[in-house]
Each structure stands twice: as C-alpha cells, then as structure tokens.
Design a protein around this ligand. Structure first.
Ligand code: ZN
Length: 379
C-alpha cells in the first residue's frame, strides 16, 4: 500500500475577512492543506467539534489513489462507521476504478444538544429550479411558516468551473452577491464559503459532476453546531436513481446523503420524490422565482450583453427546456421578465425539436420535458 494520507493540525482563526479553518495534509503530491474561508451575512459561525469535513472531502480522492486515510482528531461515530464499509461499497459500485482503503480517526458518539427554539434549516442558493424548489419544500407539504429555510449557502468547491482562474473567482463572487442580496431581502442569513477543495479533486482528475455531493457536504459539515438540517437540492428523483454506471453523483444522492450526516446536523436530499416537471410547477407561483430564476448555461461573456443581469439567454439548452416546461404548464407568461417569451412564441416548434433531439441522445430531463409538452398539447 502507498503512503497513507494524513490530516493533522486543524486550526481555526477569525479576522476581518471572516473565519478561516485549515488542516494540514500529507501524502498527496503538492497538496499541503485543505482550507475554508467563511463569510457570514448576519449570524456568527461556530467552529466544528468534529473533523468530518476532512473525511467527507478526502474519502473519494483517497480511494482513487488507493491510499489509507488517517484523520488526527474526532469524527462523528456514525459517519466513521459508514465510511469504513457502506460508503466505500457504494462508491465502488458507482465508480469501479476506486479501491477499498482503511480509515482511522477517533469516533465521538454524542454531543450536547442545541438550546435553539427554532430549527435552523439551510440550503445552497443558485437561483435555479432545484434551489427555489428546495426553498418551497416546507410550504409545499403544508407545514407551518415557522419551519422555513433560515440560512442560504454559496460554496466555491468546484461548481464555478475547474481550475482557479479569475473567471471562477468572479463567478463565485457574483453568485455570493446575488445570494446575500436575496438573503437580506427575504430576512435570512447567508454564508459564503471559499475553499481550495478543487485542488484535491483536480489532482486525481475527478470532475465536479462526478463528486459534487461529497465536496458540498464536506463544507456543509463545518456548520454542525449552527445548522440543524441541510437540504441538498437534488437534480435526480427517486425514479431515476441508479448506482452502477450513473452519469453523475446526483444519481446516488438519495442513498449517499443520509450516510454523511455529522452529529447534531441532518443532511437531507430536497424533493427527491418530485421530478423536474413537478418541481418547475412547484416554483412557478413563487414570486421570487418569477424575478430571479436563473437556469441559463450561456457563457458568462455572452451574458454580459443581456439587457438585464437576471435575464436568461432564452437560447441555450437549459433555457429551452425550462421555457418548454413552463409553456406546457401554461405558466410561461409569469416569467416574461426573465425569458424572451415573444421570441419563444415565434419559434416554439424549432425549440421543441431541439429539446427532443437532446432527449433522443439520452438526456432524461429533456426527454421528460418534451414528452410532457407533447402530451399536454395532445389534450
Ligand atoms: Zn440560456
């Protein structure tokens, strides 16, 4: 077996820039540390009592390299238990290029309970369909308004592109600004988390799509003293869950996520029982979504030319799919300030053909959007 990966000297400091949490790493070429910088809108941050972030971040890269993992410090007992066996079996079924490794840390099984009256419930905020659907989770099932998402997150752990160039930093800061503005306006707290997580995964050539759940939950687990429930906006519904041969980690989310919960914090998949069409219907009467929904995947440089900052291009694959779904639901006009509805109406047939083409090539969400559109039209 190769030299083990070791995580030591976990340190925490606070400055004007926010909170810095860092750990030393040995056993991976050119990577000396894993760090997180946390900024908060209005509430504080309590550094974690457990080092679950290190285990969650490193398990996949360590299995990819076939190196044992040793964390000097406390790790939540249930997480360590799952990581030694079940998580590894699941990950190998998902990615057969991984190897079994040995993992060691000091397990802790109980921590003092919180004295909060209201739960603090968090979710990531990207202004996409999944994000607004996560925000609507509780009202959707008729629960009281007191049970509401209280904290919004934006994390720089790979969603903004590979590498560490200027464009990625700009996209991250833009996303943080939008989240802070929305959190402020909706009376919520916001946390922005910067990190060098990307280096760990780049080192083993592991794409964001293949590993996003572990990256995001490594960062989320730092908040196990502040947040009671973290809802992870799920892109794949229960109907579509597959493990072997899954095209991205989202397909195993409903199985993986519950295994990752640190003590005192529950990690949950948001709306995994609901498919994309139902999710779009769920957010279509959400006043904030009508103004802020951002599904567009057009390159940032092209977006700069748009009339409004929040305007979607109405020309990319995700814009096409979302407009077609909203049209089939007879709700597209509600979104006329963020989509070019007039242009959509003048070329609906061509757009439907584009969505069908992607569905025929294997995109499950495009196929569902097209089939739904045709079924509604046939009524
Ligand atoms: Zn677009």
């Amino acid at each position: 077996m190769n030299e083990a990966i070791k995580v030591t000297s976990i340190s925490y400091s606070q400055s004007e820039d926010g909170h810095l949490l860092s750990s030393d790493i040995s056993g991976i070429d050119n990577i000396r540390s894993l760090w997180f910088r946390i900024r908060s809108l209005r509430r504080s941050f309590q550094p974690p009592e457990v080092q679950d972030f290190a285990l969650i971040a490193l398990i996949y890269p360590a299995m990819k390299m076939g190196k044992d993992l040793h964390i000097e410090g406390l790790v939540s007992g249930p997480l360590l238990f799952s990581a030694k066996e079940d998580i590894q079996r699941l990950l190998i079924a998902y990615d057969p290029s991984l190897s079994r490794i040995s993992i060691s840390a000091t397990p802790v099984w109980t921590l003092p309970e919180t004295s909060r009256n209201q739960p603090r419930i968090a979710t990531g905020f990207s202004a996409g369909v999944d994000s607004f659907a996560a925000l609507a989770s509780f009202s959707n099932v008729g629960m009281e308004m007191s049970t509401e998402v209280s904290d919004l997150f934006v994390m720089n752990v790979g969603a903004f592109g590979a590498g560490s160039g200027n464009g990625i930093r700009k996209a991250f800061e833009k996303s943080v600004d939008r989240m802070f503005t929305y959190a402020q306006g909706s009376d919520r707290n916001g946390y922005a988390i910067d990190s060098n997580m990307q280096q760990l995964y780049n080192h083993s050539d592991l794409s964001f799509l293949k590993t996003h759940t572990l990256r995001n939950f490594s960062a989320a687990s730092l908040f196990h003293k502040d947040i009671d429930i973290y809802l992870y906006a799920s892109g794949v519904s229960y109907d579509d869950v597959v493990v072997t041969g899954a095209p991205s980690m989202a397909y195993i989310d409903p199985i993986l996520i519950p295994l990752l919960s640190p003590l005192r914090m529950r990690l949950m998949s948001a709306n995994p029982g609901v498919d994309r069409i139902e999710k779009t219907a769920l957010i279509a009467s959400h006043a904030d979504a009508m103004k802020l929904l951002d599904v567009c995947v057009a390159p940032a440089a092209r977006k700069i030319g748009f009339a409004s900052q929040s305007m979607n291009c109405s020309n990319c694959t995700k814009c096409f799919r979302t407009m077609l779904t909203l049209d089939a639901l007879n709700l597209l006009d509600n979104f006329s300030s963020i989509f070019d509805v007039r242009s959509y109406r003048s070329r609906t047939e061509a757009i439907a053909r584009e969505v069908k083409k992607r569905g025929d090539k294997g995109s499950v969400v495009d196929k569902k959007a097209y089939d739904h559109f045709i079924a509604v039209r046939a009524q």
